[in-house]
Every structure is written in C-alpha cells, then in structure tokens.
Design a binder for this molecule. Structure first.
Ligand code: GLN
Length: 504
C-alpha cells in the first residue's frame, strides 16, 4: 500500500486510476482522507460535519463491487466534500447559519444524488459564509476557516471550506456554489482550481437558494482535469429545476487534456486589470498571458465598459432575491425555533427566531433587498440594476464576437488577513469585482493559480467563455496549468507550508 501522505496528494484522476488498477482500495483512500481531516481540521475548520462512517461504508461497497467485476463510474470510490449550502439526506445541513442548526434534510440535492449514484464517498460538509454571503468565510456562524497558506489569512468566500479542504489535501474533490464568485475567488485565495459552469447546466434543485437567477454549483479541485471530470458528473438536465438546460454534457475531461491553445483568441478585459489590482497579482496575470502567447494564443485587449456598474447591480439584485428566498426561514419549517417568553404568537416566534438565527451580514442583505424591492424604490434600484444586467450581458456578447475567451485576475488581491475587511462591507464587496459579471450574464468561468503574489499568497487567473462553451475553459485552463507547472517545476500547492495540524 502506498504511503497515506502520497495517496492524499494524488489528483482525483490519479486516485481514480489507482483504484481501477487495484493499487489501493477506496476504503484505504477514504480512510487516508478522514485521517488527514482528523489530524488538521481542528485548526483549519474546513468541515462543519464529517460523515466518517457513511463515507467508509460507501468506500467498502465500491471495493466489493469492483472485486465482483462491476462496471463503475470513473470517479467511483474517490472521496468528495460538499459545501454546506447543498442539502444532503441524513447529513446535517446548515448553510453556515444558526437558524438551520440541527436540521437534517429528508432529501438530496440532484447533484448529491448524482454523486451517490456514481458512488463517491461523501466525507462531510464544508464551512462557508452564512447563506453564502461573503468573500472570506468570516460570516459563518460556526467559526472561521483558515487558509492553508497562512494561519492569519482568510480562505476566500463564501466557499472557503471547500477550497481549504482541497488545498489542504483533506479531499481531492469538493462542491462549491458560485452566485458572485464563491467558487472562483476561494480557489484563487488557496491556490486551487474552481469552476462556475454556465447558468442552468448544473441543477439548482436542493441548493439552499441565495439568489436564484445567479446561483450555480460547480467543482473545487486541485487540477483543471479534476474539475472537468467532476463537472461532467454533476451537470445535466433536471426536470426538478425549471431553469435547467437540456443541452448534452460535453466530455470536459478530454478538453482539459488537449492542452492546445494555438490560434485561440484571448481577450483581456481592460476594466479588470488596472486600478485596484495589486501589483503582484497583475504581474502573475501578465506572465500567464505571455506563456499562452508563446504557446500560440492571440492576446487582445477588449473593452467591457458596463462592467464598472456590475458590482453595484449585483449588490441590489442579489439581496433582493435573497430577501425573498430567506423568508421561508420562519421558525416554523426548518431548524431553529425560538419561542419568546410570554405570549407566543406566530409573529413573535418568527421575530425571535430570525432575530437570533441570522447573523449581521444576512440581516444587512435582507434589509437592503427588502428596501430595493419596496414599492416606492423598485424602479430606482431593482429596475435600474436589471437594466445594468442587460448591459453587462451585451458587453459579453460584443466581446465574444471577436474572442474565444476573456481573461482577468480572479480577485484584486491575494488572501487578506482576518478582520481586514470584516468591519467594512464595501471593502469586502469590492473583492468580487472581477467575478460578478459572469454571474450577471450566466456565462461560465474558471479560476486557476497563476503564482504567488504579495506576502507569498497565491493569486488566481480567471477565464470566461460564452454560455454553453464551458469546454473552452478546460482547454485554456489545462494548457496554462501545464505551462505554469513546467515553469514552477510542479504544482503550486507543493510550495504551500506544511500544516501544523490540530486535531478535530
Ligand atoms: N462574495 C459574494 C457575495 O458575498 C459572492 C457570494 C457567492 O458567490 N455565493 O455575495
């Protein structure tokens, strides 16, 4: 049997190959990851819940089926972590909120059903900003998650738990959700890979909705190919989601292995490379572009003038939709119920439950959204934001007439320190400036590491493609990853400091 430390450092694709050729069993592989979680997650806090027994049971079942000669899914037996905003039958699901403490869903999200059908052991549920609102995971009601690259650093958000789990070798695969960047930005902060698929290509059934017109689940991994393989697994039409697409799912894994960018036209978004972006982040971005150019890609500058209004539009549309989606947490149906002393009318129970159950950021956004939707202000705020959304979509459409993909740094800076932006919502929101346009337009995006920026923290580069052209992200991402790893002499995560540990 290979050393445990070797097993957990393999990519998911290599783990799948090792299982198929009998080098190790899924029970060994799953136990190795659970042991890693036990050893380091006490400090890291990437997991809110670890489902050790269930995961090992699935692993042993995969091993037995393989031994009996059954044909299995390529990723069968490869363990996975799931962001806690995705409902899992029999496994507690809180969306990082006190209001859902103790809730055990009676059903699976469609993407979880697919994961279970393909027999990937689910290691547990990962930490996140409460109801996916945030860019640092500091707004989780269950404590912060550390960035494996530095204990004083945020892992990004809202899906900091999923990104930290893959970057710390606790899981080779994780699920995230991206409403305004929550897969891509944590990937950038932790030196990992994250993909937001085309809106509607992965079912939203069973995601605890934040902003329904923006939410999209996708893969968090350490390699581009692993994201491609996980994307293939979770995508596809679902009659339970009215916005689910009917298009067939492409063989993304093959695209990731193609590694050919000759003749590919890459547009650098002028509005997302200059002011506000840290010098080292920009330098890594330029170096990545130079490598792609040497490999035969054509780099052009593209103007997307309305992107400068995207952040403002997002922070009206997102809270508006969230204020409506979160109305169902009323102390009657799910999780917590707080009955105030004295008369317990339904209204008093709702008020007490929501007052105690929601954190400050969630309350801020409910207020913002309710205000933006109120009769007197609807046109001025929500209506205007929707017009901006159309303009952003037109910018994308115009850009994609002349280029195959667009590129920008994923986030303006590397991982910042805990507390640095926590008191100032505007500073926190500004971190999403590069990721939000894709959500407003429904187009797909990938983030992969571009190198180390200020303070030795990872920086990310993002590529965006037209809707339904997700495969282009894997082509350019796979090519750049190979070029960069050649220049670094191995994966960026090999340079991450050894985790000190701290038992769970
Ligand atoms: N950081 C963004 C926000 O706070 C994005 C969140 C997300 O994608 N879920 O809204």
């Amino acid at each position: 049997m290979a050393e445990q430390n070797d097993l957990i450092r393999l990519s998911a694709a290599a783990q799948a190959d090792g299982l198929a050729s009998g080098d190790f069993s899924s029970a060994e592989l799953t136990a190795a990851h659970l042991d890693r979680i036990d050893a380091v997650d006490g400090d890291l806090n990437a997991f809110l819940h670890v489902s050790r027994e269930e995961a090992l049971e699935v692993a042993r079942d995969v091993d037995a089926r393989r031994a009996a000669g059954e044909t299995l899914h390529r990723l069968a037996g490869v363990p996975i972590a799931v962001k806690d905003v995705v409902v899992t039958r029999g496994i507690p699901t809180t969306a990082g909120s006190k209001i859902l403490e103790g809730w055990v869903p009676p059903y699976d999200a469609t993407l979880v059903e697919k994961i279970r059908d393909a027999r990937l052991p689910i290691l547990g549920k990962t930490n996140m900003d409460e109801f996916a609102m945030g860019s640092s995971t500091e707004s989780s009601a269950y404590g912060r998650t550390l960035n494996p690259w530095g204990e004083d650093r945020i892992p990004g958000g809202s899906g900091g738990g999923s990104a930290a789990a893959v970057a710390a070798f606790e899981a080779p695969l994780a699920i995230g959700t991206d409403t305004g960047g929550s897969i891509r930005q944590p990937a950038a902060m932790t030196g990992s890979v994250g993909v937001k698929p085309t809106y509607g290509s992965v079912s939203r059934y069973g995601l605890i909705a934040m902003a329904s017109s923006l939410d999209q689940a996708g893969p968090c991994t350490r390699t581009v190919e692993d994201s491609a393989l996980l994307h293939e697994l979770i995508a596809g039409h679902d009659p339970k989601d009215s916005t689910s697409l009917r298009d067939p799912v492409a063989a993304f894994g093959e695209h990731a292995r193609r590694r050919d960018v000759k003749g590919m036209r890459i547009g650098v978004i002028e509005e997302l490379e200059g002011e506000g972006f840290a010098p080292e982040v920009r330098a890594r971005f330029e170096e990545s572009l130079a490598l792609l150019e040497q490999a035969g890609a054509e780099i052009v500058r593209v103007a997307c003038p309305n992107f400068r209004y995207a952040l403002g539009a997002y922070y009206l549309i997102m809270p508006s939709e969230a204020s409506s989606n979160l109305a169902k947490f009323d102390g009657m149906r799910f999780g917590q119920r707080i009955v105030p002393e004295g008369g317990a009318t339904a209204e008093a129970v709702m008020k007490a439950t929501r007052g105690a159950g929601f954190g400050a950021e969630v309350k801020r956004r409910i207020l913002l959204g309710t205000y933006a939707l109120s009769a007197g202000y609807y046109d001025a705020y929500y209506g205007s934001a929707q017009k901006v959304r159309t303009l952003v979509q037109r910018d994308f459409a115009a850009a994609f007439e002349s280029v195959d993909v667009l590129a920008s740094p994923t986030a303006p800076t590397g991982a910042f320190r805990f507390g640095e932006n926590a008191e100032d919502p505007m500073a926190m929101y500004l971190n999403d400036v590069a990721t939000i346009p894709a959500n407003l337009a429904g187009v797909p995006g990938i983030s992969l590491p571009s190198g180390l920026a200020e303070d030795g923290m990872p920086a990310g580069i993002q590529f965006l493609a037209p809707a339904f052209a997700d495969h282009r992200l894997y082509e350019v991402g796979g090519a750049l990853e190979a070029l960069l790893e050649d220049s670094w002499g191995g994966p960026l995560l090999d340079k991450a400091p050894e985790l000190k540990g701290g038992a769970k």
